[in-house]
Design a protein around this ligand. Structure first.
Ligand SMILES: [Zn+2]
Length: 89
Protein backbone atom coordinates (compact mmCIF):
# COMPACT_ATOMS: atom_id res chain seq x y z
CA UNK A 1 0.00 0.00 0.00
CA UNK A 2 1.42 3.37 -0.98
CA UNK A 3 0.61 6.26 1.32
CA UNK A 4 1.17 9.95 0.75
CA UNK A 5 4.56 11.12 1.93
CA UNK A 6 4.22 13.34 4.98
CA UNK A 7 5.71 16.56 3.61
CA UNK A 8 5.66 18.27 7.00
CA UNK A 9 7.73 15.45 8.48
CA UNK A 10 10.17 15.66 5.57
CA UNK A 11 10.53 19.43 5.97
CA UNK A 12 11.30 18.98 9.68
CA UNK A 13 13.86 16.30 8.90
CA UNK A 14 15.61 18.42 6.30
CA UNK A 15 15.72 21.31 8.74
CA UNK A 16 17.24 19.05 11.39
CA UNK A 17 20.11 18.29 9.02
CA UNK A 18 18.90 15.08 7.43
CA UNK A 19 19.22 14.56 3.70
CA UNK A 20 17.23 12.48 1.26
CA UNK A 21 19.16 9.60 -0.29
CA UNK A 22 18.55 8.01 -3.69
CA UNK A 23 17.65 4.72 -1.97
CA UNK A 24 14.21 3.47 -1.08
CA UNK A 25 12.84 1.47 1.85
CA UNK A 26 12.57 -2.26 1.17
CA UNK A 27 9.35 -2.49 3.17
CA UNK A 28 7.34 0.48 2.01
CA UNK A 29 9.41 2.00 -0.86
CA UNK A 30 9.54 5.43 0.77
CA UNK A 31 12.67 7.42 0.02
CA UNK A 32 15.28 6.82 2.72
CA UNK A 33 16.81 9.67 4.69
CA UNK A 34 20.26 9.93 6.16
CA UNK A 35 21.21 11.71 9.35
CA UNK A 36 24.37 11.43 11.46
CA UNK A 37 25.50 8.56 9.23
CA UNK A 38 22.33 6.60 9.89
CA UNK A 39 19.90 5.75 7.10
CA UNK A 40 16.25 5.39 8.01
CA UNK A 41 12.73 5.30 6.63
CA UNK A 42 10.36 8.01 7.80
CA UNK A 43 7.37 5.79 7.19
CA UNK A 44 8.62 2.84 9.25
CA UNK A 45 9.41 5.33 12.01
CA UNK A 46 12.99 4.45 12.82
CA UNK A 47 13.31 7.89 14.34
CA UNK A 48 10.73 7.00 16.98
CA UNK A 49 12.61 3.80 17.80
CA UNK A 50 15.76 5.87 18.14
CA UNK A 51 14.05 8.23 20.59
CA UNK A 52 12.78 5.36 22.74
CA UNK A 53 16.21 3.74 22.87
CA UNK A 54 17.92 7.03 23.69
CA UNK A 55 15.48 7.59 26.54
CA UNK A 56 16.09 4.09 27.93
CA UNK A 57 19.87 4.47 27.74
CA UNK A 58 19.66 7.73 29.68
CA UNK A 59 17.46 6.02 32.28
CA UNK A 60 19.96 3.17 32.60
CA UNK A 61 22.92 5.54 33.01
CA UNK A 62 21.08 7.28 35.85
CA UNK A 63 20.41 3.92 37.48
CA UNK A 64 24.05 2.94 36.99
CA UNK A 65 25.19 6.11 38.72
CA UNK A 66 23.05 5.38 41.76
CA UNK A 67 23.93 1.75 42.33
CA UNK A 68 26.90 0.22 44.12
CA UNK A 69 25.73 -3.33 43.66
CA UNK A 70 28.17 -5.16 41.37
CA UNK A 71 25.57 -7.53 39.99
CA UNK A 72 23.25 -4.67 39.20
CA UNK A 73 26.08 -2.69 37.57
CA UNK A 74 26.80 -5.69 35.36
CA UNK A 75 23.14 -6.08 34.46
CA UNK A 76 22.71 -2.40 33.62
CA UNK A 77 25.93 -2.31 31.60
CA UNK A 78 24.72 -5.29 29.55
CA UNK A 79 21.35 -3.62 28.99
CA UNK A 80 23.06 -0.45 27.76
CA UNK A 81 25.24 -2.46 25.39
CA UNK A 82 22.18 -4.27 24.02
CA UNK A 83 20.32 -1.01 23.44
CA UNK A 84 23.33 0.47 21.67
CA UNK A 85 23.44 -2.56 19.36
CA UNK A 86 19.73 -2.30 18.59
CA UNK A 87 20.13 1.39 17.84
CA UNK A 88 22.60 0.59 15.05
CA UNK A 89 20.23 -1.81 13.27
ZN1 LIG B 1 9.73 2.02 5.20
Amino acid sequence: MVKMIDSEKIAKLLLSGARMTDKHCEKCSYPLFEKDGRIFCINCDTETKEDIIKEKIEFLYKKLKNTENVEEIEKIARAIETLKKIRKL
